[in-house]
Design a binder for this molecule. Structure first.
Ligand SMILES: [Zn+2]
Length: 153
């Protein structure tokens, strides 16, 4: 599969998150263009701050591949990873990270700060902006809906 096809699967995951009332973020771990694992944000459903799409996808990929080193894998995520997920990307040795929308409030791939610019022992290749309009539109729709819900209450 191409990068764009893999990102479309991540976007589908983000839509699942939105349908559950979760901030729409989806992630896919791929190896050589094939999906190894996919996940969506489940922070509200799971009542757990660590249930971000990226962490859940990394967790599922480790289980699938039977190891913690994902050096041959790539991560596709609809929103720029936060500090926690960027840390997990370094620790799991992911080879490449491709994200959709930038996150100036919490993004650690250059949005707010660039964690990967620091001298850690692992540096993934990072590319942003793939299908960003779609990822951004999903997030915007979600927050507009949330505001309207709150107004009604
Ligand atoms: Zn995160």
């Amino acid at each position: 599969m191409t990068d764009e096809q893999l990102m479309r699967i991540a976007l589908d995951e983000a839509r699942i998150a939105a349908s559950l009332g979760e901030v729409p973020v989806g992630a896919v771990v791929a190896n050589d263009g094939e999906v190894v694992a996919k996940a969506h944000n489940l922070r509200e459903t799971g009542r757990n701050a660590t249930y971000h799409a990226e962490l859940l996808a990394i967790d599922a990929a480790c289980k699938q591949l039977g190891g913690w080193r994902l050096w041959q894998c790539e991560l596709f995520v609809t929103l720029e990873p936060c500090p926690m997920c960027s840390g997990a990307i370094i620790n799991s040795r992911l080879r490449r990270v491709v994200y959709g929308a930038a996150d100036p409030k919490a993004g650690c791939c250059g949005g707010l700060t660039d964690l990967f610019a620091l001298p850690f022992n692992h540096h993934p290749v990072v590319e942003g902006g793939l299908l960003q309009e779609e990822a951004q539109a999903l997030l915007q729709e979600f927050f507009i809906m949330l505001r309207e819900k709150r107004k009604k209450k």
